[in-house]
Design a protein around this ligand. Structure first.
Ligand SMILES: Cc1cc2nc3c(=O)[nH]c(=O)nc-3n(C[C@H](O)[C@H](O)[C@H](O)COP(=O)(O)OP(=O)(O)OC[C@H]3O[C@@H](n4cnc5c(N)ncnc54)[C@H](O)[C@@H]3O)c2cc1C
Length: 449
């Protein structure tokens, strides 16, 4: 335990970002309360307030590293419980336009528990911390502030089963961390307190996910001990899919953009799978036994909230996870960026926890690379509206070449996976030696490189 920064921290939202926050805050506050509108204590399986959790949630390599750092032994515990666990570079078949990039050892770890088991195990580990408690089935209805509004002093909550106005009460806090996801009301609450409007960047791609689970074992099994086949949506082939092995089943999440909606009727679902440029996915599910009926999730846009650009911010309030930035899910970044945000939070608190602006500035720096990759990547699709600056245009001209080079060159493939896994920064793909491998492969071969 570090020196205490304060007495009580309150985390709004007990999903993945809230759990990361609670784990970090427990080292700096005497008590931490996690408030969520859903039932958390004793809950298993899908949660009503997190409908996206029914769809495949891949955990990127950097996310696994941070989970392991915050919850030592997590990965071993997962593997011992039957969760597929393998090298990030050899267990995932990443396909671009139907061609798979080279599989190569990375020494990075991929775990595939599925969204619910991951969240459940994280919640169990957070629940073991003696100074953390959960206040579930409780809505957060507002912020409470000092008379001059310069400091957030707590939140107003409403217990769901109390009913009526009597259910409302105050939860005082030295620090409030908002991890309530996309629907976060912090921007509105701040304007009500007299603060400027939080600027937002939005990239609209009108994405639909449709997912169906299948019984294990499969009659035709294209992946064996591997973890997933990913058919990445590209401007040339905008339909994408992930086929994943989970502890007790297989799952297929289809994605379509700009109004192309993968159907939820079983025949339409299979037809969509058949239309993908990676036939193995169709071969594996065409005769498989469905465990669920296909379900859809509509994702209109990615949103980045620019708290770091506000001229004034109150003390005692921070924002983490999707509440700060919602990423296009096809890049599987959201949970890992929440983990990276928790590391930023830990550093901020270790430095004394003063100056909310500093936290938001550091968080923005951490969000920049994944945002550039996903928002920039989305702008590679001609129908997606948005400004295409030079950086975006160069990136979208270079990446298809890099992906082609990665189908034959293991050095390029490893570098790509480290960047896609959010372990390395995207600039590593632009280093002269890498650019040369990508753009001039024959030169390298003739030089014996
Ligand atoms: C279709 C889809 C697929 C995805 N796939 C991936 C993937 O492969 N990999 C990945 O890393 N990420 C993926 N994501 C993103 C991922 O779901 C989120 O990044 C992740 O859930 C972290 O979000 P969060 O904890 O910030 O918010 P959420 O998970 O949305 O949770 C918010 C929590 O706040 C609570 N809450 C909200 N408002 C209130 C309130 N007023 N009072 C009390 N409680 C409240 C809710 O009950 C909920 O528990 C995907 C997203 C979608 C939509």
């Amino acid at each position: 335990m570090n020196e205490h920064v304060g007495d009580r921290a309150v985390v709004l939202g007990g999903s993945v970002a809230g759990l990361f926050a609670a784990r970090v805050l427990a080292d700096f506050y005497r008590g931490v309360t996690v408030v969520d509108r859903d039932q958390l204590v004793g809950a298993t399986g899908p949660r009503r307030a997190v409908p996206q959790g029914r769809h495949i949630h891949g955990l990127l390599a950097r996310g696994q590293q941070i989970i392991e750092e915050l919850f030592p032994g997590f990965t071993k515990e997962m593997a011992a419980g039957g969760v597929p666990t393998r090298d990030f570079g050899t267990s995932l078949g990443w396909h671009f336009n139907g061609r798979m990039i080279r599989k190569v050892e990375t020494d990075l770890v991929c775990i595939s528990p599925g969204r619910w088991l991951l969240e459940e195990r994280m919640r169990a580990r957070v629940g073991e911390l003696s100074n953390v408690d959960f206040l579930d089935r409780t809505d957060v209805v507002g912020l409470e502030a000092s008379p001059d509004g310069s400091r957030i002093t707590g939140v107003a909550v409403h217990r769901r089963d109390d009913g009526g106005p009597g259910g409302r009460r105050s939860l005082p806090a030295d620090l409030v961390v908002d991890a309530t996801g996309r629907g976060s009301r912090t921007p509105r609450w701040l304007t009500e307190l007299g603060y400027p409007r939080v600027g937002e960047e939005e990239v609209r791609m009108d994405l639909t996910y449709t997912t169906c689970d299948f019984q294990a074992p499969l009659a035709t099994d294209p992946i064996g001990d591997d973890i997933a086949i990913i058919s990445v949506a590209t401007p040339g082939n905008p339909r994408g899919a992930t086929f994943a092995r989970l502890p007790d089943r297989y799952s297929v999440s289809l994605n379509g953009i700009l109004g192309d909606r993968p159907p939820t009727d079983p025949d339409g679902f299979l037809e969509y799978v058949r239309s993908l440029p990676v036939p193995q996915i169709f071969e594996s599910v065409r005769r498989a036994e469905p465990l669920t009926t296909p379900v859809s999730f509509h994702f209109p846009s990615s949103i980045r909230r620019r708290y770091e650009r506000l001229a004034r911010l109150p003390e005692g309030l921070l924002v983490l996870g999707d509440a700060a930035c919602v990423f296009n899910p096809i890049y599987a970044q959201g949970m890992t960026v929440a983990a990276i945000g928790a590391v930023v939070l830990r550093q901020y608190l270790a430095d004394g926890g003063r100056g909310a602006q500093r936290y938001f500035r550091d968080l923005a720096r951490a969000i920049d690379p994944p945002w550039d990759m996903s928002a920039g990547g989305d702008l590679g699709f001609p129908g997606v509206a948005g400004r295409r600056g030079l950086k975006v245009r160069l990136g979208n001209a270079y990446m298809p070449r890099l992906q082609t080079a990665a189908t034959r060159d293991p050095v390029v493939s490893r570098a790509f996976m480290r960047v896609a896994g959010l372990v390395d920064r995207p600039e590593t793909l632009m280093r002269p030696a890498m650019v040369s491998r990508v753009l001039f492969p024959t030169l390298r071969r003739s030089n014996g490189g």
